[in-house]
Design a protein around this ligand. Structure first.
Ligand SMILES: Nc1ncnc2c1ncn2[C@@H]1O[C@H](COP(=O)(O)OP(=O)(O)OP(=O)(O)O)[C@@H](O)[C@H]1O
Ligand SMILES: [Mg+2]
Length: 239
């Protein structure tokens, strides 16, 4: 059934059996010095609500490019991407950015925290963008940081935290608006083995307790082993 762009599913009327997202025949090419580079050639898969999916593939196979498309940070060159019942390929920037802010949380390999802000303030950043008032922001950020074992680090700045602690702050930030989808691009790539295990445990536990889906790019077979499903990218094609 084609999805009506003008009337996306809302609240009670949304069929929860529908996948959270579906990419179909997605392509993405770039032009560098007049030469066309085909990065994503044919990506087709779907992710159910609450599902944990690992994306694996060689360096340069297009994993980050794919994640940028899923995160509505980039548009595919071809094919379709339906997120939460909405065909995003036909949406304007305003609606894409609202959908992104409300529905998607990001975790990156390099934590991308604001250096001069405390853990509490960093976790509150998406809530500022969502128009949440200060006191509710603080309460929410505190609750998330406490859930992640960082109740004693609320006022620390990133350089005062270990790598694993910084990534837990980044994870709390990603969760702050209760997104239906968490996108993580090698979230443990900059961490030692013990911190990696802890971050993955927390990512999966937090996602499962909120019924959030996770798409995690990883080189780590242990991480891929924790996923419900693995999508492999080979030269820009999913299989
Ligand atoms: N904006 C861009 N302009 C031109 N080429 C790009 C652009 N973004 C990505 N590419 C190219 O697309 C290919 C895939 O890049 P991508 O970052 O998606 O790979 P990856 O699978 O995430 O690799 P890694 O495991 O090393 O992170 C690379 O060859 C890269 O140079
Ligand atoms: Mg990458």
């Amino acid at each position: 059934m084609p999805v009506d762009v003008e009337t996306p599913w809302s609240g009670a009327s949304r069929p929860d059996s529908a996948p959270l997202l579906r990419v179909e025949g997605v392509t993405r090419h770039f032009t560098v010095s007049g030469r066309r580079i085909d990065v994503l050639r044919d990506c087709t898969f779907q992710v159910e609500r609450g599902e944990i999916v690992a994306v694996v593939g060689q360096s340069g196979s297009g994993k980050s490019t794919l994640l940028n498309v899923l995160g509505l940070l980039d548009r595919p060159s071809g094919g379709s991407y339906v997120f939460d019942g909405v065909d995003t390929t036909r949406l304007g920037e305003g609606r894409r950015s609202r959908l992104r802010g409300e529905g998607i949380g990001f975790v990156f390999q390099q934590f991308h925290l604001l250096e001069r802000r405390t853990a509490l303030a960093n976790v509150g950043v998406p809530l500022v963008l969502g128009g949440v008032p200060l006191l509710r922001r603080r309460a929410r950020a505190r609750e998330l940081l406490e859930a992640m074992g960082l109740g004693h680090r609320l006022h620390s700045r990133p350089h005062q935290l270990s790598g694993g602690e910084q990534q837990r702050v980044a994870l709390a930030r990603a969760l702050s608006r209760d997104p239906a989808l968490i996108l993580a691009d090698e979230p443990t790539g900059a961490l030692d083995a013990a911190s990696s295990t802890m971050i993955m445990e927390q990512l999966l536990e937090q996602a499962r307790s909120r019924d959030a889906a996770v798409v995690v790019v990883t080189h780590d077979p242990q991480v891929a082993g924790r996923a419900d499903r693995v999508v492999e990218l080979v030269e820009g094609r999913t299989r």
